[in-house]
Design a protein around this ligand. Structure first.
Ligand code: SF4
Ligand code: SF4
Length: 183
């Protein structure tokens, strides 16, 4: 049975005097090296540089605030129910008088935790949320962790920083280049 019809003719002739110096072969090899040295690189310097992953990339979770800075989450629990990895847990609390500027609804999350060791970044929590309170950012990775103590993300790591708001609409390849590519 013939596996391939490709064949290569071998040259068994004697090397010339010039070929015997190996210089033609060295220069030919150097030419290939120089060509690749100046051509566009196929690799990047990760983690200093990161590739654009597109607007559908699901990364670090964020608990959104509304335009007035109030937490949107009302601890309805739908994200936890939708989560196939059972990674989300929360404790609800009732808003008291004077807290209207902190929480949008009468019920808020006194505690909200995501176990990142369980999370499979499916995005179902985001889809289940009726309050547009939880998102998976597409501009931020979950950092590498080296100990189990670092894998439970609480509100301190999840609630949106009003000084650095997350806007999915504004996300383009050019935004990515400005934010992530450190030269
Ligand atoms: S992304 Fe998926 S696995 Fe992770 S917390 Fe949300 S629903 Fe659970
Ligand atoms: S993040 Fe959304 S779905 Fe989850 S508890 Fe809060 S309001 Fe409900």
């Amino acid at each position: 049975m013939t596996l391939t019809n490709r064949s290569r003719k071998t040259d068994n002739s004697e090397l010339s005097i010039v070929e015997n110096t190996y210089f033609p072969g060295i220069f030919k090899g150097m030419g290939v090296t120089i060509k690749h040295f100046f051509s566009k690189k196929a690799t990047i310097r990760y983690p200093e540089q990161k590739r654009y992953l597109g607007p559908v990339f699901r990364g670090h979770h964020i608990l959104k605030r509304d335009d007035q800075g109030r937490e949107r989450c009302t601890t309805c629990g739908l994200c936890a129910v939708a989560c196939p990895a059972e990674a989300i847990s929360m404790v609800a609390a009732e808003r008291v008088k004077g807290e209207e500027k902190l929480y949008r609804e009468e019920k808020y999350a006194a505690s909200y935790e995501i176990n990142m060791l369980r999370c499979i970044f499916c995005g179902l929590c985001e889809e289940a949320c009726p309050k547009e309170a939880i998102y998976l950012r597409h501009d931020k990775f979950v950092p590498v962790f080296t100990s189990r103590d670092q894998v439970i993300y609480g509100k301190d790591q999840l609630v949106e920083d009003m000084g650095d708001r997350y806007l999915r609409d504004a996300w383009t390849k050019e935004d990515m280049a400005k934010l992530w590519i450190k030269q």
